[in-house]
Design a protein around this ligand. Structure first.
Ligand code: SF4
Length: 294
């Protein structure tokens, strides 16, 4: 979609936007299907990047301690537990800039993915920056979906991150799409960006080809110690208006909600309780995440 089209949709009376987004959603998701996903941080803290919203960055004093990559045994214990609790997707995230083919840590990650993928669950990873070779190997190892958010608009991105570029994000997403893995890609609102930035972010997301399988639009949870610690919480109506616009644009994508982490209408906001209310009145296909160690 073009910026102008998004802008016209966004500025409609709210209830017109709600009606339209509901009508479009009903074309694709008539039931109230929920997928249960479990989220595990396989490497926490001490990240080299300086994302201004992130408590895991080594650039800020947030109290989050740097940990090593979890052992295969620890990951498998968590994955077995998740499956026994009904999860059908197991997601693993690592706090580092990215992984490179030939490195020991990439080989360990591939081994973890191979083992987890034997458990009859979809496997999702978020490992930061990767290229075409890494993407192909992750796909071959059993990864179903790769999460890599663009965070905000291209114009506002340098205000949020200086250690890598918006184009770096797009390059990783292109490599993931070429490999055949699904892309989970969204952003964060409430970081001090303008409304134009929010629409520009949606414009970029809406022009991915193919579209992302999941589009998590998160609301900032201001983390103490980060540069965004004092950002005021974004509430009604901006979050809801953006949410309904997103439902309109990505009617065939999944929506995600997350417990224990500021994620879609969270990595923040009124949390999964709010999501549950939305799901009762606006049928969508939802992924419900539980995070075991976030
Ligand atoms: S790359 Fe990921 S883990 Fe590292 S600071 Fe940015 S958001 Fe946090």
């Amino acid at each position: 979609m073009t910026f102008r089209e998004l802008e016209d949709l966004y500025h409609q009376p709210l209830f017109d936007l709600i009606s339209q987004s509901r009508a479009v959603h009903l074309q694709y998701w008539r039931g109230e299907e929920v997928q249960r996903c479990s989220l595990l941080s396989i490497k926490t803290g001490g990240c080299s990047e300086d994302c201004a919203y992130c408590a895991q960055s080594a650039h800020y004093s947030t109290g989050v301690q740097r940990e090593e990559l979890l052992s295969l045994e620890d990951v498998m214990t968590a994955a077995h537990r998740a499956r026994s609790q009904g999860a059908t997707r197991f997601c693993m995230g690592a706090a580092w800039r990215g992984v490179r083919d030939g490195s020991e840590k990439f080989e360990r990650v591939l081994q973890i993915v191979r083992e987890v993928s034997q458990l009859d669950m979809e496997v999702c990873v978020t490992l930061g920056e990767i290229g075409a070779v890494e993407a192909r190997k992750l796909k071959a190892a059993g990864v179903t979906a790769y999460n890599h958010n663009i965070d905000t608009s291209p114009e506002f991105y340098p205000e949020i991150v200086s250690t890598h570029t918006f184009q770096d994000r797009l390059d990783t997403i292109a490599a993931v799409q070429e490999s055949g893995m699904s892309v989970c890609c969204g952003g964060i609102i409430g970081m001090g960006e303008s409304q134009t930035d929010r629409l520009r972010m949606l414009e970029v997301l809406s022009n991915f080809d193919p579209p992302p399988e999941s589009v998590p639009i998160n609301c900032l949870m201001a983390m103490p110690g980060t540069p965004l610690a004092d950002q005021p919480a974004r509430r009604w109506p901006i979050n809801r208006r953006s949410m309904f616009l997103s439902w309109f644009v990505w009617s065939q994508s999944h929506e995600s909600c997350c417990r224990k982490r500021e994620f879609v209408w969270r990595r923040g906001a009124p949390g999964f309780h709010a999501k549950a209310r939305h799901s009762a009145s606006l049928p969508v296909r939802i992924r419900f995440f539980t995070a075991t160690n976030f």
